[in-house]
Ligand binder design. Structure first.
Ligand code: AMP
Ligand code: ZN
Length: 465
């Protein structure tokens, strides 16, 4: 089977053919580092990590380059820095905020089992590339300077008689309708209401860099140009896959396409545009602004990262997820069982049923059904390898159980001692005593289960009721 991916631009699932067969290139928009990431932000991280792992499996680890940026210049960062470090010069405070938040982000997504991308470029280290793209856009007649700003003109792009894509093609919006629906109180430096900012002046004390377009005052980049610059620097003028959450399609990705294609006279920026759906709470998008969010960090206090990961992958990445406690509890149960059955088994090749499901536009719910199938047919070797392909089983059973016990605050040694006593009682057929011990454990909230391990030997496992 071949890999097929749904492309937001062409609105179809297509066979994946990399531009360069030996060098697959993927860009995913990363976090703006000003605060703890919430579990909604974890969705693109986990979804594109699964894709990264699958591509590495198909093309070889050395043949896949995954770039996920860090946005470290933004108003929200400035506000946070002024609030948290009022005694420091703003630029120093900003550095503190971005360093601290970047570290938190890494610790969180590491715990979710996400591999680090091949490159994690920071926006502030690519100002030169941004200036260069802006100069090219001005030279091509797609952008202009006004009142210390540089603006991109979608109307100039669509008026160009060329092989450029149409502005609005990715988000399926018509520029004419955007013009008609534009707000009246447009910023005075814009020629047209639909023009968007490439560069803007910095306020005193804010981070600033020498401006392009002969502007004397120092300034800073707009958000969209950052990704065009970092993708160009690390992946070239055209690459294979561009990803992010569905909320980024417009305006962020539409504007990235416009900038990159007009600067480099390309018909496309990426060949496949992939967007994950929202993680929701009670049918509403989880977001900072709605206040209905829970951070990855808070969830990690109660659940192993792999439980959060499994819970995320139970839904296909294009569909919305309703994030519930009940579903988390089920995911934890499933993973406990898989750990005991397969974690200490040497893996071989992942099962074809699992790989095939992933090849079909990352059908993770189908892949998880296939994992259950492997468990039901007692294929511990296949289950072990398949779980590893999906980024699970990073721990041994002993580590996994140990962590669970630690988290519960129950004396694990005591439980193990009681289970050993019960096993001895059963061996001498003292069922009265073995039942008494079972009840004693139940009173502690511990449920035991007699079963067999993958070698057929009897084992007693336990979990909290
Ligand atoms: P932001 O920090 O808001 O720019 O978001 C970072 C990434 O998380 C982007 O790819 C967003 O599309 C994605 N994202 C934000 N909120 C959610 C959500 N509730 N569900 C899924 N993805 C989200
Ligand atoms: Zn981006």
């Amino acid at each position: 089977m071949e890999l097929r991916l749904y492309d937001t631009l062409s609105r179809e699932k297509r066979a994946f053919v990399p531009l360069d067969a030996k060098h697959v290139r993927m860009y995913v928009c990363g976090p703006t580092v000003y605060d703890f990431a919430h579990i909604g932000n974890a969705r693109p991280v986990i979804v594109f990590d699964v894709l990264f792992r699958l591509l590495r499996h198909l093309y070889g680890e050395a043949h896949v380059k995954y770039v996920r940026n860090i946005t470290d210049v933004d108003d929200k960062i400035n506000d946070r820095a002024a609030r948290d470090f009022p005694g420091l010069p703003l630029n120093e405070a900003i550095r503190k905020v971005t360093e601290l938040t970047g570290k938190q982000f890494h610790a969180d997504v590491d715990a979710l089992g996400a591999l680090r991308p091949s490159v994690e470029p920071r926006a502030t280290e690519h100002i030169g590339e941004m200036r260069e793209i802006i100069e090219r856009l001005i030279a091509g007649g797609f952008a202009y300077a006004a009142e210390d700003h540089v603006l991109f003109s979608p109307q100039a792009m669509n008026a160009a008689n060329s092989t450029l894509p149409r502005y609005g093609a990715l988000s399926k919006r018509s520029l004419d309708e955007m013009i008609a629906g534009a707000r009246v109180d447009v910023a005075p430096y814009k020629k047209d209401a639909t023009d968007f900012v490439l560069w803007k002046p910095s306020k005193p004390g804010e981070p600033s860099w020498p401006s392009p377009a002969g502007i004397k005052a120092e300034g800073r980049p707009g958000w969209h140009i950052e990704c065009s610059a970092m993708a160009w620097k690390h992946l070239g003028e055209q690459f294979d896959i561009h990803g992010g959450g569905i909320d980024l399609v417009f305006p962020h990705h539409e504007n990235e396409v416009a900038q990159t294609c007009c600067a480099f006279h390309q018909q496309r920026m990426a060949n496949y545009w992939m967007h994950n759906g929202f993680l929701q709470v009670e049918s509403e998008k989880m977001s900072k602004s709605l206040g209905n969010f829970i951070t990855i960090r808070e969830l990690l206090a109660d659940w192993p990262g792999e439980v959060l990961r499994l819970n995320m992958l139970k839904t296909h990445y294009t569909s919305p997820i309703d994030w519930t406690m009940k579903s988390l509890e089920e995911s934890a149960k499933t993973l406990n069982d898989w750990y005991r059955f397969a974690a200490d088994v040497a893996p071989s090749k992942p099962a074809a049923s699992v790989v095939d499901a992933l090849l079909d536009d990352l059908n993770t719910p189908l892949a998880i059904a296939a994992l259950h199938g492997l468990r039901n047919s007692s294929d511990a070797v296949g289950l072990s390898a398949s779980l590893r392909l999906l980024g699970f089983l990073s721990e041994s059973v002993a580590q996994w159980e140990g962590r669970k016990r630690q988290a519960s605050g129950v004396d694990a040694g005591e439980i193990d001692r009681l289970i050993a006593e019960r096993t001895a009682a059963r061996a001498r057929k003292d069922f009265k005593e073995s039942d008494r011990i079972r009840d004693e454990l139940a009173a502690k909230g511990v449920v035991i289960k007699d079963g067999k391990n993958s070698d057929g030997k009897p084992v007693t496992t336990w979990e909290f009721a």
